[in-house]
Design a protein around this ligand. Structure first.
Ligand SMILES: [Mn+2]
Length: 435
């Protein structure tokens, strides 16, 4: 494909009009970036503007009618902090330990308050600027009021209503428990509310998927006999970061030979051998959104007859599963269709997991296995066959946007039909693309 050829992002934006009741016109389309060109930085408009977040908080209030939602940003354990994705979805703020409280009365926001650590110049000297509980934060976030983190528990009594609060964050759950109050899952409430993605969110998801495909293509060029799994991992994660991703949305899986059969293999430490198959299950996190794409390729650039037989079965299962995707159906329908194909080939006993999951703010998101699919949701379809005694694992995973009358594949640019995959692999190997 030529550099700058349109990719899935443009397709998504063209389809969006009919997708979501919450959709808004996108100002700028995701850049369509072809494979093997110079890496270009994605500049998708921010999906967590004050305006978008305020509208989301309004939807929360409408949903809970009379009651309270409490959600925390989470702790900064190690590495680069990113807040609980649902906290960021509501606030656009990524500050460790921050808390948001919303009280709704008659379905509208009566009180909304963001609690932040105090201004601390010494902290900022070491770590850089941080939002503080002052007027500048009100201006930057559009949230009605801010307070110091130390005050939020004292404010609770005035906030809580008769109904059990919706709570997201273990730290807050503990505090509510200690008050002897019951609570409901704020995480479930918010995941359900956010599952039909807005247009701006779909542009971000699409960008995450695009850069994941491109990074995988760059890894295709690295996978050769004598190279190492970690070299492919490095190509993939470098591929994300140089395009503007936050990083991987989950630990990258590059499993060759026997490791192709370990579903959550993570050490990525084996040397590729001629004749191996290699499973690469990876995804970028961009803005707040996750991609999750798997490709399985032969290290010697050609499948053995047995590998081709199993690969083709998984591909056919993937096609059959994806064909069931439409509003009103569920991932379970796709699972049964995919399993049926594998059963015909006597491979279903090697299919060890569900065929897919919701995708978005989390790698495993709403809808669940039996949840009703709706236009604007994004799901993965990922059948797999793992024959440990043959050191032969195959998984193929694509990300799908549910539309009014079916679904569109967001990761279709990176081939997976057997003949197309082998042709693409040959092209990737012929180029020095691992920049
Ligand atoms: Mn997955």
């Amino acid at each position: 494909m030529k550099a700058n050829a349109p990719t899935a992002s443009f397709l998504v934006l063209a389809l969006l009009g009919a997708v979501s009741a919450n959709s808004r016109p996108a100002e700028v389309p995701t850049p369509g970036l072809g494979f093997f060109g110079p890496a270009q930085i994605y500049e998708v408009p921010n999906q967590a503007t004050p305006q978008f977040c305020k509208e989301r908080r309004g939807r929360v209030a409408k949903k809970i009618e009379d009651g309270v939602l409490l959600i925390s940003a989470g702790k900064n354990i190690e590495g680069r902090f990113h807040a609980n994705a649902l906290f960021f979805w509501l606030t656009g703020v990524s500050v460790p330990d921050a808390v948001l409280a919303i009280r709704a009365v008659a379905g509208v926001v009566e009180t909304e308050r963001l609690y932040l650590p105090p201004k601390d110049l010494d902290f900022e000297r070491w770590n850089g600027p941080r939002l503080a509980p002052d007027d500048s934060t009100l201006l930057a976030t559009g949230i009605d009021s801010v307070g110091e983190l130390s005050a939020w528990q004292a404010d609770l009594e005035g906030l809580l209503t008769e109904s059990s609060p919706f709570v997201a964050g273990e730290d807050i759950e503990t505090i509510i428990d200690n008050l002897g109050r019951k609570h409901r899952s704020g995480t479930n409430l918010l995941r359900e509310l956010a599952a039909v993605r807005e247009e701006s969110e779909l542009a971000a998801i699409s960008a995450a998927v695009d850069m994941t495909q491109q990074a995988l293509a760059e890894a295709f060029a690295v996978v050769k006999p004598g190279a190492w799994e970690f070299e492919a991992e490095a190509a993939i994660e470098s591929g994300y970061r140089k395009r503007g991703a936050f990083g991987p949305s989950f630990p990258s899986i590059v499993g060759s030979g026997p490791n192709s059969c370990y579903l959550h293999y993570r050490s990525n430490s084996r040397q590729f051998q001629a004749g191996d198959i290699v499973v690469m299950d990876v995804g970028a996190r961009y803005q707040n959104y996750c991609a999750d794409v798997t490709r399985t390729i032969p290290v010697s650039a050609e499948f053995t007859p047995r590998q081709l037989e199993v690969y083709t079965a998984v591909w056919d299962a993937s096609v059959a599963g994806a064909a069931t995707l439409k509003p009103g159906a569920s991932i379970r329908d796709a699972h049964e269709a995919a399993r049926g194909v594998l059963a015909e080939r006597d491979l279903d006993q090697y299919f060890l997991h569900g065929v897919g999951h919701g995708l978005g703010l989390f790698v495993h998101d709403t809808p669940g296995f039996r949840g009703e699919l709706k236009a604007g949701m994004v799901v993965t379809i990922e059948p797999g066959v793992y024959i440990a005694e043959e050191e032969l694992g195959v998984r193929i995973e694509n990300d799908w946007l549910i539309t009014e009358d079916g679904a569109v594949c967001l990761s279709s640019e990176l081939p997976c039909a057997p003949d197309e995959l082998i042709a693409f692999l040959a092209k990737a190997r012929g180029l020095d693309v691992a920049k």
